[in-house]
Design a protein around this ligand. Structure first.
Ligand SMILES: [Mn+2]
Length: 299
C-alpha cells in the first residue's frame, strides 16, 4: 500500500520546513507488512492509521517544555514497497531500506505492520553497530524457534534477534509457551524478562542501570504489551497489560540510560471507527522520539 506522505500529510502533519530529510534528526519508516499473523488481521493498515492519528497530536510536549518535532525535525519516508515472495524476502527488503537510512546517524522509527518487520530493523542495527540490546515491550516473548512453519513468524522475532548476538530485555510478557520458558531459563546471560507481574510490582526499574547504561539500544514496541483497555486494536490482545504510564516510564528510563538508535511500533490492527488505539500509538511514538532526541542533545 502506498499513500501520500508529503507535507502536511506526513507524521504529525508537519510543514515542509520542519520535515526536510537533511534537517531532520528522526526518520519515520512506514512498514505496512502483514504476512504471518495468527489471529486478528489488519496490521498492514497500521502505519497509515498511526500517521493519520499523529496529525491530531499536540506538538508541544509539557514534560520536555519543547516542540520536539520543530526543534529536531522529523521526516517521513515512503512506505516499504510490497514484497510478495514471502517473509524472508520482506525481512531482507526492510533490512536494506533501514540500513540505507540508519547510516545517516538519524534516529530511525519504523511503523508496523506485524512484528516480523523488527527482524529487518534489527539486522540493519546489527550491520552498523554490531553490539546492541533489544528492548522489547510486548505481551509475548516471541522466543519460539519457528511458528506455523516459519522462522520469520511474528511469534519468533525475539529468537531471531537473539540469534544475531543481541542481549534481549523484555517488559510486559504474559503469554508464553513451555519452549520459550525453557529458553529464558537457559539463556540468563543475554535474556532478561520482566513479566507483566514484575512491572506491576515495580521490580524492573532498579536493575535497569546494570543492563542498559551506555548500551546501544533498538527499542521495539509491540502495542499488545499494553493492556487492551488502552490498546484494543491489536491482533492478539492479552489481559493484564501495561498502562500508558508504565510503558512511558520504561521508555523514559531506557532513553536516559542508553543510546537509542532505532525504534519501532508494531502490531496496530486498526478497528474502523475506533481511534483511541491509533492515537495512543501515535502519541507514544512521538514521546519516544522526543525523549530520545532530548537525551542526544544534552550529551
Ligand atoms: Mn506481541
Amino acid at each position: 500500500m502506498t499513500y501520500d506522505i508529503f507535507p502536511p500529510n506526513n507524521f504529525l502533519g508537519l510543514e515542509e520546513a520542519n520535515t526536510t530529510y537533511d534537517n531532520s534528526a528522526a526518520l519515520i519508516l512506514p512498514l505496512p507488512y502483514e504476512g504471518t499473523v495468527s489471529y486478528g488481521q489488519g496490521t498492514r493498515l497500521g502505519p497509515q492509521a498511526i500517521i493519520e492519528a499523529s496529525q491530531q497530536v499536540e506538538l508541544y510536549d509539557r514534560e520536555l517544555d519543547d516542540e520536539p518535532a520543530l526543534t529536531h525535525g522529523i521526516h517521513t519516508l515512503p512506505a516499504l514497497a510490497p514484497v510478495v515472495r514471502g517473509p524472508e524476502h520482506v525481512v531482507d527488503a526492510i533490512a536494506a531500506y533501514a540500513e540505507e537510512h540508519l547510516h545517516s546517524g538519524k534516529l530511525l522509527v519504523g511503523l508496523g505492520g506485524e512484528h516480523t518487520v523488527s527482524v529487518g530493523m534489527a539486522r540493519a542495527v546489527k550491520a552498523i553497530y554490531d553490539d546492541f540490546v533489544l528492548v522489547q515491550i510486548d505481551a509475548h516473548s516471541d522466543f519460539r524457534d519457528s511458528y506455523e512453519g516459519s522462522p520469520y513468524s511474528h511469534a519468533s522475532i525475539g529468537r531471531r534477534i537473539f540469534d544475531m548476538g543481541a542481549t534481549i530485555v523484555q517488559f510486559g510478557i504474559r503469554s508464553i509457551c513451555r519452549e520459550e520458558m525453557e529458553f529464558i531459563r537457559a539463556e540468563k546471560e543475554r535474556v532478561h524478562v520482566f513479566f507483566a507481574e514484575d512491572v506491576h510490582a515495580g521490580q524492573h526499574v532498579a536493575t535497569l542501570p546494570d543492563l542498559l547504561r551506555g548500551r546501544t539500544v533498538f527499542l521495539t514496541i509491540d502495542l499488545d504489551g499494553f493492556d487492551p483497555a488502552y490498546v484494543p486494536a491489536t491482533g492478539t490482545p492479552e489481559p493484564n497489560g501495561l498502562s500508558w504510564m508504565q510503558g512511558l516510564e520504561i521508555i523514559r528510563v531506557v532513553t536516559q540510560l542508553s543510546r537509542v538508535i532505532a525504534i519501532d511500533c508494531v502490531e496496530l490492527a486498526p478497528i474502523p471507527g475506533q481511534y483511541a488505539s491509533n492515537f495512543f500509538a501515535a502519541k507514544l511514538v512521538y514521546k519516544a522520539i522526543g525523549l530520545t532526541l532530548a537525551k542526544r542533545n544534552e550529551t
